[in-house]
Design a protein around this ligand. Structure first.
Ligand code: COA
Length: 138
């Protein structure tokens, strides 16, 4: 049975074992993972016994804005409704508090998963190309 839990108390090596299975989150070092989770405002995770099988992280100002990151389900557990469950647990506290902006950046090919949950592509979403940043003078 899959159990959804919340809170930062998850060992970095468990998170790494899951995130290393997915291309965009592969290769992150455990200490940086530990820091990121410590600074995460709302960390949702799914367990099959003592095996971590899914995560979702929310970063928020606690009043208006919330963004979602690292929505990841173990490939062996995909297609069983676990992604939807962690998303519901991640988003609903902020919906209930009438946040004005709940957003995420969809990985290629995953847009349909989010549109089914009610997300809509935003035509003015922007992401920095670091190489083009006009650095301030020293
Ligand atoms: C995207 C992801 C989180 C979905 O998790 P999942 O547990 O497989 O999804 P679920 O089984 O909960 O699916 C919920 C619904 O979304 C649909 N869905 C799932 N993935 C989809 C996709 N890529 N495109 C369209 N629909 C999708 C399912 O068919 C299901 O539909 P239903 O409610 O009508 O039955 C998972 O595939 C994953 O972790 N992928 C790798 C990491 C990744 O890319 N994460 C997204 C980062 S932005």
């Amino acid at each position: 049975m899959i159990e959804i839990r919340t809170g930062p108390a998850v060992a970095a090596h468990d998170i790494k074992a899951l995130w290393d299975k997915i291309a965009f989150s592969r290769g992150r070092d455990p200490e940086t993972i530990r820091l990121a989770v410590e600074e995460t405002d709302w960390f949702v995770h799914a367990w099959d016994g003592d095996r971590l099988v899914a995560t979702a992280r929310v970063i928020t100002d606690g009043a208006f804005y919330a963004t979602l990151w690292d929505v990841i389900v173990d490939p062996e557990y995909q297609g069983q409704g676990i992604g939807k469950l962690v998303m519901q647990r991640a988003v609903e506290p902020f919906l209930d508090r009438n946040f004005s902006f709940i957003a995420l950046y969809a990985a290629e090919g995953k847009e349909g998963f989010y549109t089914k949950l009610g997300f809509d592509a935003h035509p003015r979403g922007m992401k920095l190309k670091e190489s083009q940043w006009p650095k301030s003078p020293d």
